[in-house]
Design a protein around this ligand. Structure first.
Ligand SMILES: [Mg+2]
Length: 263
């Protein structure tokens, strides 16, 4: 039996671990079902900043996996909760899409135009334009709190790399020298602590699984959990050594995909 099967909880990344965009990674889906049968506690943690949990539940259903909305910690949700816990209910200007807006509103925040806003929340937007960046720039210059969903520079989509939330963080930084007061997504701690809170477990009892060293493995290390890198996404057998060297961090375990836990 694989030593990680003695863990009580599994914090699983989504893209590159159990699916690639809309396509499921079938052996990994079966592995998740086995973990659930073994009564392991499972939570999904994703840096996706354009989807709400409601939208994501549908994707999971298409993957052939029935999960509760609560079992999904997306940066959209983690960001909305982080703001509520640390600032209270806020009037927010966001660069984000409908999925982020939905989670912010569900947490009790109000979405307003930048002149009335108390806070800037940056999330990815596939229809970003000059006007939106101008408003974000002005918010950024106003010295009001500035929170970002996730730091991803590039997102690996089905047909190749696309800009991540980093395109907006980077543009604002280049213009103003200002970085967000808090970034909620992996590899930062905010989202990982939310996942632990959901599981009701300590870090020593969980494993963090992902396909990227700079995102998932570092996130796992940030809470002192053991980490499993799977080679079903961004990191491959061919670039593994380079990635370890580049980020100076080594995962505790490496497997071809999640199902190899059961080999
Ligand atoms: Mg991933």
């Amino acid at each position: 039996m694989h030593p990680l099967l003695s863990k009580k909880g599994f914090i699983l990344d989504v893209d590159g671990v159990i699916g690639r965009g809309k396509k499921p990674i079938k052996p990994a889906i079966s592995a998740v079902k086995k973990l659930i049968e073994m009564e392991k506690k499972v939570v999904f943690v994703s840096n996706n900043s354009t989807r709400s949990r409601r939208i994501y539940t549908r994707r999971f259903r298409d993957y052939g996996l029935e999960v509760d909305e609560d079992q999904m910690i997306l940066t959209t949700y983690a960001t909305a909760q982080y703001i509520k816990e640390n600032y209270g209910k806020m009037r927010i200007f966001t660069t984000g899409e409908i999925g982020l807006i939905e989670e912010l509103e569900l947490a009790g925040h109000e979405i307003v135009d930048y002149e009335e806003a108390e806070m800037l929340v940056v999330g990815s937007n596939r229809e970003i334009n000059f006007e939106l960046i101008t408003k974000a720039l002005r918010m950024c210059l106003s010295k009001k709190p500035y929170i970002a969903t996730n730091p991803d520079r590039i997102f690996p989509s089905e047909d190749g790399p696309i800009p991540g939330t980093g395109m907006i963080i980077g543009a604002l930084y280049w213009m103003t020298g200002r970085m967000p007061d808090c970034i909620c997504g992996k590899p930062e701690k905010v989202i990982m602590l939310k996942a632990l809170e959901y599981l009701g477990l300590e870090a020593k009892d969980v494993v963090v699984v992902g396909d990227q060293i700079d995102v998932d493995v570092i996130a796992g290390k940030s809470i002192n959990a053991e980490t499993l890198l799977v080679l079903s996404g961004v990191t491959t057998r061919d670039n593994l050594e380079n990635m370890i060297k580049k980020y100076g961090v080594k995962p505790d375990y490496v497997l071809e995909d999640l199902s190899k836990l059961f080999d």
